[in-house]
Each structure stands twice: as C-alpha cells, then as structure tokens.
Design a protein around this ligand. Sequence first.
Ligand SMILES: Nc1ncnc2c1ncn2[C@@H]1O[C@H](COP(=O)(O)OP(=O)(O)O)[C@@H](O)[C@H]1O
Ligand SMILES: [Mg+2]
Length: 379
Amino acid sequence: MNDSPSLSLTPDDFKNHRILKDGLFLVLALERPEGAVVCKIAKEDNSKVQREVDRICSLKERYSHLERWMPDFLGEGIIQGGVLEGHLFYLQNFISGPTLSQWLQQQTPANGNEDILATTRGVVSKLLDHVEDHTPIDSGRGWFDGMIHAALTRILEIPLVGDIARLPDVTVNGHVRRGLRNSIESVIDSPRFNTTIRENQAISELGHWNFHGENIILNPDLDDGFAIIDPDVSLNECDPIFGLARLLYTFPHDAAEQVAYLINSDLLMPKGDTIDSRFDVSFIWPEQTLENYRYLYRGIFDGKLPQIHSLDQRFSSDPSLWYRLEISLLLCLLRGVGINYRTHYPLNYGDMVHYQNEAVFLLLNAIELADMIVAGHDA
Ligand SMILES: Nc1ncnc2c1ncn2[C@@H]1O[C@H](COP(=O)(O)OP(=O)(O)O)[C@@H](O)[C@H]1O
Ligand SMILES: [Mg+2]
C-alpha cells in the first residue's frame, strides 16, 4: 500500500470525457480546471488497479529515469454512482502526442526512414540506460527456465494450438522451422543458455517490464521526447530486459490486436488427427506500415532476427545482453499465446483455409524466433 492522496471526482469532471481505451480497464481523458488528466478505472478487479498504483509509486521512488518519464501521479479514489460505483480509479496528468505504435502506423515515406530510425534509436538507448540501473537478486536462478516451461505447458494444453506446437517441424512462409517443443528444449539445454541465462542471472524484483509501443507516448516537448505508462503488475520478479523485449513485441502484438494479419493453412479443415505443417502469413497493413515496424521487428516478415542490435552499440559489444533480449522476446511471445487464446477463428475470406486467430499468429512468430535462436547456437 502507498500513501497516495485520496481523490473524489464530481459529475462535472466527466462532462467532457473521452474514451482512450475500453479493455480490462476503462481509460478516460477528462478535462479538469487544472488541466487534462487521465482516469484509469478498474472494470472488474480493484486489486489490479491498486497493484498498479503501488507499482507506479515504487518505480518513481526507486528509478530516477522512470520518474522523469512517467506522468505525474495525482492520486486514487473510488467511483461514486453509475455502473462503475465502488470501482477504484487513479489519475495521472494527460500527455499529448501519439503512442509509439500509432506513430509507426502513421509515418509516410515523406517523413523519411531517418526519422523512424532516430526516434526508435533514442527510445531504445534511453530504455537501455534504465535497464542497466537494476540490481539483480540472488534468488533469480532458474527464473527463465520456470517461466518458459510454464508458458510452453500452457500452450500444449490448448486445442489445435498445442497440436501445432507439437509438430516436429513447421514451414512458415516457405521457411522450414524446427517445431516449437523441439527448439525450446534445444534452447534450454544449450551451453549458451546455461552460462548466459542460468549462471549470470539478472533477475530484478522491481520493474516496469512493459515498454510496449502503446505504453510509450511521443512528445518532443518532454525532456527525453517520450513518456512511459502502464507497468505490468502480473510480473513481480523479472529480467529488466524483458521490458525492452516488449518493445520488440510491439509489432506482433499490434498486428494481432488490430487483426492486421491473415493465416493460410488447413488447420481448420476436418482432416481427423492430421494437420499440415505449412502456414503462410500475410499482412493487411500497407507495406509502408510494415516497413516502419521493421526497425523493431523482422521475424515473420522475412525470416530474420530483429535488427535492434543496430539500434544501440551495447548490443554488439555485449552479446550476452543481446541473447537475454532474444530469450525475453521468446518468453513474451510464448506468454502472449496463452494469454490471448480465444476459440474464435473468424473466416472472412470465403473458405476454410484463410483465417485469423491471435494465438496461432503469435505461436507462428514464436516458432520462427525459437528456431532462429537455435540456429544461432548451431552457427
Ligand atoms: N497519461 C496518459 N496520457 C495520455 N494518454 C494516455 C495516458 N495514459 C494512458 N493513455 C492512453 O490510454 C491507453 C490505455 O492506457 P493504459 O494505461 O496503457 O491501459 P491498458 O492497461 O489497458 O493498456 C494508452 O495506450 C494511451 O493511448
Ligand atoms: Mg497499455
């Protein structure tokens, strides 16, 4: 618990409200006499908002970088009246500007790739400064093994998705990849995982862990040109570089959330126990949008690892940092499959072989990445 100020909102505060996001939380922009604020309201579970408030206060206290980047925290309170009566909310000052994701989706060639590269590079290198500010804890040994195994176990339990993960190999957009279960075993059994991840653990017990493109707001008037919101309170201990992996995860996440991908395979065909191991993934976004995201993520686009190492020289000079980032990105994708699984497979293209499903899409990304990490070991 923290000792943040207790607030109450009046009916006037909601007069000019704007909905920023209606998901697990209701996030509103409100006009108040002292300036625009953002009100984040629990829709189901007050405890998650309480944990978020506590985390925001602890992060601001502990990390001077984050303190500078995070919006001012104005206090928390309980909604009075209406359908959300009794629900917890907190207020922060409103930061104007697009999120990094919105910005990447809007950029046109006229703005130039230079602009995208410079912005992405600036955000990455500042976040990396913050990552280096963490102190590892002793009990972190085995953390990644445990998390990866738990995420894989969850995937294997999911109908159809688990069957894809069990295939010995999978062809994604013409690239033959090792099956997920096999490559994860190879990754975890590799000497590199043992020395870099297991023996040199870098697990920390307080972090944001969630530097995703929708949680980064760009505004050139701010000290560092951006603000950070929305820590992930579902994780307590974690490798701080996982937060940066979330930035790479922005592309698969945004493509999944906006249903900007289309899968072509016979997964849904009534063929008994057999499924074909060939999957083709295409994107509905314009080529320029895909091009803009390529600075953060390549993977399923063209069978290459993200090129983030070209964004900060610390990745080239310290290969273990790069490897921790790859493993964290893999964990991000694996967790994403389990968390985002829905039984719904919309068929909007007139046949049973073109479909959309977030878990399958993220799984194919995970298969590609895991295979590329193993290939890196073999090389
Ligand atoms: N302080 C803020 N200033 C401006 N926009 C914000 C602010 N906080 C949240 N938003 C907008 O609302 C969206 C959702 O808020 P967020 O806290 O990330 O909720 P969620 O946990 O549902 O992702 C963000 O992606 C951003 O577009
Ligand atoms: Mg968010």
